[in-house]
Unconditional design. Structure first.
Lengths: 295, 293, 366
């Protein structure tokens, strides 16, 4: 090989090394792990090859709980956050003064440490022997019964988790939708005004179709993101999510790998692959549906 | 078309104006409400962090302000738990990871954007397809690899798997390609070496994008939790995310929420400051495709 | 429907702290006759588009009144004015088919004006027929050529049978060949529908070729209105004279002394009734007659043969342009090797302007 043929590969070498070691090899290896039955981390031995790991994971009540939690989280937060982001972006793009200020404020959750701010949410929602917490206090003002959102009933815990997740993911969605709205050529709105189009009709017939690619993008990334939820739950309910009954699929993977119940990379791999399969399926369905609608 | 007469018009205009006013007022109210929702947790953590332990626990009904702010919680946050250590660790981790990431990405992007070699398109396609791989799939083996290399509880173990980002390589490559070919040809005519061209011409021209990816990576590093949690169980190597979790679960010896909030404030401030300084850049960078995490 | 403008003025507030208030349209007072095609002409940034937006109702004037016929429409929102508008980039909704685009304005009608499905379709077909795009009704705008998109935009503007049709730079997005063809078509459609039409352009040739009348404006100021040939032959100011005509008018520094126009030391024309003063002189390229001992002498630079006629390019010390261009018929023999060239001037093609204000100074031909 000539010197000049080698040079490009030299530039690529670091990236290839890193990606090879920490992405490509693991990607293959995870499938191998998931098929090795009874793998032992310490001795690095296994009994045989098969699908037992998958069947174990699929019958594990913790996993099923995690799937249920994750699905609920996805089904609730994706539409809520996308809709809310759309409303807020519409509001933002209809005003001039203070717009920059609002945009800056709305973006703040993006740059905060999920774990750290989750702690603030925890104390806002938590009910302890000292205090009912601010949120419960407000519920009581409106005549409702107080409830512990952190250690209480399932629906209450789910509510905070959803609320916090929406709070965390909104900045990104608002940002994307605001710039999508801003990129619609104002001539379309002028043309609509000349024709006397009502506000509602302008929104449904012009604005919405124009920004629909971005909405599809947000829904898909929203699905993927929500399926991978984990640190928000840790932030609110602590590291032992199985005990709290609030584990997510990703949380299950990590718990299987390491932690209180850890040491089972084969189960973790099987769970991770199941997660990947779910996400891939849903993404494909999403794409297909949105493509059909466009035609 | 029959035109409405002037009094009708006047009436139409007045209702229009009134409606527009009401709409504007409602819009501002709704926007302000959400701004309050966003800001309140920040206010609450600041407020709680300056309440003394005693006064906080004496509040059966939380007070919305305090008249006797104290900094003792900040002192506790730095003395009772190794918050300073966590911050330092995170700083080292962030700086090293970001620096290596930048170097690796720039070199790879340059090869894709400017150099000609056999199989370039194929390799690039392979790179791109890696963008779809979720972290969760590869983390398991990486954990095994790092454990096998005996790198748990080391900075190397923390940093190495966090370096690569296909997306940033892609972003940089696109940007490098926008620089006109003529510049490269002119440099070649002048006898400039590839590396010098990259260093002296391409990087200065593409600085905005490079700054953007660096900032995005910094945010990512500062907030990373999952990987550090897996490979470190020695508190001396905890990053802030793990540190805060540690503090929550067994810091301060008792439920000292004000001190916890002081730690949260300390952790949050650097990134918020970074954001306020580079607001435009960060928002632009994120809208070009930065997903959290 | 005739359009009357009375003292129409639009000011935009200053932008930023140091910015100044901008007057995009200043004190427009003129009348556009019913059924005519008017070209609103001016260099870019002169306020043409603002004027169009005022007519359309997208912007409210700061002062002044607009009448459509006898109705004061100044405060009327666009949809009540009965205007159709064609935007520079056509503003066709990309996600709707041609038919849906044309139907869009009709579907907005409410109450008494609401039409049945069949009636809407009938009107859409009619509008499409007018611009000959019936075959394209089920395509999306991106599947059409620029010229076809333009027609769809016109059909959409015409479908409500507006009182007034407004076109913003209708030809600027088309290539040269299509531009010629399309401007003929706009003229034809306008004559078929007899709808009062105002179009905005920065291209003088475009405006001159199809307009009944042109309105020339500059920096928000109304300069002149009239039939294209009138404005060309009788420009009210140096600006109008320079703006109209291709190749452009030749401009000289001159002096009137004792009713004679001097260019440097050459007495080129007698101008009766003009008091002594320094003037700016405009001479149309076709205003030169090659004459052996003509009073206008210049050094010959080159001769460009264009087939039908010949351009003589020369240099004159008083010229404000780089060179002087005169057009003469191809039959006239030109000695290319002669160092200099002599012309006499056609008095009707020579205009005098005030040196400072640029206002036209009339003179009578002796």
């Amino acid at each position: 090989m000539k010197h000049s043929d080698l040079k490009p590969w030299l530039y690529l070498l670091p990236a290839i090394l890193f990606l090879g070691c920490f992405m490509v090899y693991p990607l293959i290896d995870v499938f191998v792990y998931s098929l090795e039955e009874g793998y032992n981390f310490a001795s690095q031995t296994y009994f045989g090859v098969g699908t037992y790991n998958y069947s174990y994971v699929l019958h594990d009540p913790y996993f099923l709980q995690a799937v249920k939690n994750t699905l609920l989280l996805v089904v609730i937060t994706v539409p809520v956050s996308t809709g809310l982001a759309l409303l807020i972006s519409l509001g933002l793009s209809s005003i001039k003064p203070l717009r920059d200020l609002f945009q800056t404020i709305y973006f703040l959750p993006y740059v905060t440490n999920t774990l750290a701010v989750g702690l603030v949410f925890m104390i806002l929602f938590q009910k302890t022997e000292y205090t009912d917490g601010l949120v419960n206090l407000m519920i009581q003002w409106f005549g409702g019964p107080s409830v512990d959102f952190i250690d209480g009933p399932y629906w209450a815990k789910m509510t905070v988790l959803c609320f916090y997740t929406v709070w965390v993911v909104l900045p990104f969605k608002i940002l994307i939708l605001t710039s999508a709205l801003a990129s619609v050529n104002p001539d379309y709105y002028k043309a609509a005004r000349v024709d006397g189009t009502s506000r509602f009709r302008t929104f449904t017939r012009i604005t919405l179709p124009m920004i629909s690619p971005m909405i599809v993008y947000l829904v898909i990334t929203g699905f993927i993101g929500a399926f991978k939820a984990y640190s928000d739950a840790v932030a609110l309910f602590g590291t032992d999510l199985n005990a709290a009954g609030m584990n997510t699929i990703v949380g299950y993977v990590y718990d299987m790998l390491y932690g209180a119940s850890g040491g089972y990379p084969s189960y973790a791999s099987a769970a991770a692959i199941i997660l990947f399969a779910i996400v891939l399926t849903i993404t494909c369905v999403n794409l297909l549906v949105s493509r059909r609608q466009n035609q | 078309m029959n035109h409405p007469n002037q009094t009708d018009l006047e009436r139409i205009r007045q209702t229009e104006r009134r409606r527009a006013l009401v709409r504007k007022a409602l819009t501002y109210m709704a926007l302000a409400l959400w701004a309050l929702m966003v800001l309140f947790p920040f206010y609450w953590m600041l407020l709680t962090s300056v309440k003394s332990y005693g006064s906080y626990n004496a509040e059966r009904i939380p007070a919305l302000f305090t008249l006797s702010p104290t900094l003792e919680n900040y002192k506790a946050a730095f003395t009772a738990v190794p918050l300073g250590r966590y911050l330092l660790n995170t700083l080292v981790f962030t700086v090293l990871t970001t620096a290596i990431m930048a170097a690796v990405s720039i070199l790879a992007a340059y090869a894709f954007a400017r150099l000609e070699f056999k199989g370039k398109n194929l390799v690039f396609l392979l790179f791109l397809s890696l963008m779809m791989i979720p972290n969760e799939l590869v983390v398991i083996t990486n954990f095994a690899t790092i454990t096998g290399l005996d790198l748990r509880n080391t900075f190397a173990g923390l940093i190495l798997p966090s370096v690569t980002s296909v997306f940033y390589i892609y972003l940089l490559k696109e940007n490098f390609e926008q620089v006109p070919d003529e510049l490269y040809k002119a440099a070649r005519v002048d006898g400039t070496s590839d590396f010098k061209y990259l260093w002296k011409v391409l990087i200065p021209i593409c600085r905005p994008t490079i700054v953007t990816i660096i900032i995005l990576k910094i945010i990512e590093c500062w907030n990373s939790y999952v990987w550090p949690r897996l490979v470190t169980d020695n508190p001396d190597l905890f990053l802030v995310s793990n540190g805060i979790q540690e503090i929550r679960e067994n810091g301060f010896g008792r439920e000292n929420i004000p001190a916890m909030m002081a730690a949260v404030v300390v952790i949050s401030v650097p990134l918020i400051a970074l954001f306020l300084v580079f607001r435009k850049k960060i928002m632009e960078g994120v809208s070009r495709g930065g997903m959290k995490g | 429907m005739k359009i009357v403008l009375e003292h129409l003025t639009k000011k935009f507030p200053a932008r930023g702290k140091k910015g100044e208030e901008v007057t995009a349209v200043r004190d427009f007072t003129f009348e556009i006759p019913d059924g005519s095609l008017i070209g609103l002409l001016g260099p870019s940034g002169c306020g043409k588009s603002t004027a169009l937006n005022l007519l359309c109702g997208l912007e409210a004037p700061t002062e002044g009144k607009i009448y459509f016929g006898d109705t004061d429409v100044t405060d009327m929102p666009p949809e009540l004015r009965g205007v159709g508008m064609v935007f520079q980039n056509y503003a066709l909704y990309p996600h709707l088919t041609v038919r849906q685009n044309i139907l869009f304005p009709l579907e907005n009608l409410k109450g008494k004006q609401k039409l049945s499905k069949e009636e809407m379709n009938r009107q859409a077909e009619k509008a499409a027929g007018l611009v000959q795009i019936q075959g394209l009704m089920d395509r999306k705008p991106r599947e059409l050529s620029g010229g076809q998109q333009q027609r769809v935009a016109i059909a959409r503007a015409l479908v409500k049978t507006p009182n007034v049709l407004l076109l913003d730079e209708p030809l600027s997005n088309l290539d040269a060949r299509l531009r010629l063809q399309t401007r003929e078509e706009i003229r034809k459609i306008q004559q078929e529908t007899r709808v009062t039409t105002v179009f905005v352009t920065h291209d003088q040739e475009e405006a001159m070729s199809i307009s009944d009348q042109i309105v020339v404006m500059k920096d928000g100021i109304f300069m002149q209105m009239g039939r294209p040939q009138e404005v060309y032959d009788d420009p009210a100011s140096l600006f109008v004279a320079k703006f109209l005509g291709n190749p452009p008018i030749n401009v000289f520094k001159g002096e009137v002394q004792k009713e004679t126009l001097w260019l440097g030391d050459q007495p080129v024309l007698s101008v009766r009734g003009v008091p002594d003063q320094p003037v700016t002189v405009g001479i149309r390229p076709e205003g030169f007659i090659l004459t052996e001992n003509g009073p206008f002498a210049a050094s010959l630079s080159r001769v460009e043969v264009m087939g039908r006629d010949v351009s003589v390019i020369s240099a004159h010390p008083c010229s404000e342009n780089f060179s002087v261009r005169s057009i003469i018929t191809a039959e006239t023999p030109v000695d290319r090797d002669a160092g200099s060239v002599h012309f006499s001037l056609k008095p009707s093609k020579v205009f005098l302007f005030h040196r400072e204000t640029g206002a036209r100074i009339p003179f009578s031909i002796s």
